[in-house]
Design a protein. Structure first.
Length: 205
């Protein structure tokens, strides 16, 4: 559950659930996708914000933050930590209509099970189910122009990245849309079984 003294804001919150990476992996990701992120018309995701989304919740009443943190904590507490593998790059929805640039995350039974547990926990709190199939990836950039950037296919093919990260906790995140870009804040860190016991920026579940 949320730590003592945790108070959820009165305003509405834009939330998502994510696996956060160590700084070394974030920095390696940013370096490996540098050419892709530097294409004209691409808005790169800052290195410190690179993460694996398990569930984008969207805008909800701020009072749901604490119930969501508790529900997610209960859903993941008995699940063992496990590794995930990051590799290669791609775009959504297609090269001709590219809007999102990503580095892939290998789909595994452990990751699928964890994501379903998070989805079910979010829905139990009152959030509408996500009708879209889950496709694990790390967004490294976004394209706002109608036409894809020149050299996109070559830049995607040129990404050489492979890393393994341990999933030891799941984070409930708040996203604030500011003129200079989104600001992400970890408001609750929910540990898996065997996860680390160190302090986190947000409340500990």
């Amino acid at each position: 559950m949320a730590a003592a003294g945790y108070v959820s804001p009165d305003a509405r919150s834009r939330l998502f659930v994510a696996v956060l990476f160590p700084s070394t992996i974030r920095e390696d990701l940013a370096r490996a996708s540098r050419t892709l992120r530097a294409l004209e018309g691409v808005r790169p995701v800052r290195a410190e914000q690179l993460h694996l989304t398990l569930r984008f919740i969207g805008e909800v009443d701020g009072g749901l933050e604490t119930p969501l943190a508790r529900g997610i904590a209960a859903a993941v507490a008995e699940r063992p930590s496990f590794p995930i593998r990051l590799r290669a790059a791609g775009v959504f929805p297609s090269h001709r209509r590219a809007r999102v640039l990503w580095v892939g995350v290998e789909e595994t039974p452990a990751l699928a099970t964890l994501q379903r547990a998070v989805e079910e926990a979010v829905v139990r709190v009152g959030v509408a189910p996500d009708p879209r199939p889950y496709r694990p990836h790390v967004t490294v950039g976004r394209i706002r122009r109608p036409a894809p950037p020149v050299g996109l296919a070559g830049a995607v093919a040129g990404v050489r990245f492979e890393a393994t990260a341990d999933v030891r906790r799941v984070s409930l995140m708040r996203s604030e849309l500011l003129p200079r870009g989104a600001r992400h804040t970890e408001i609750a860190a929910c540990r898996l079984a065997g996860g680390p016991g160190d302090a986190t920026p947000g409340a500990t579940c």
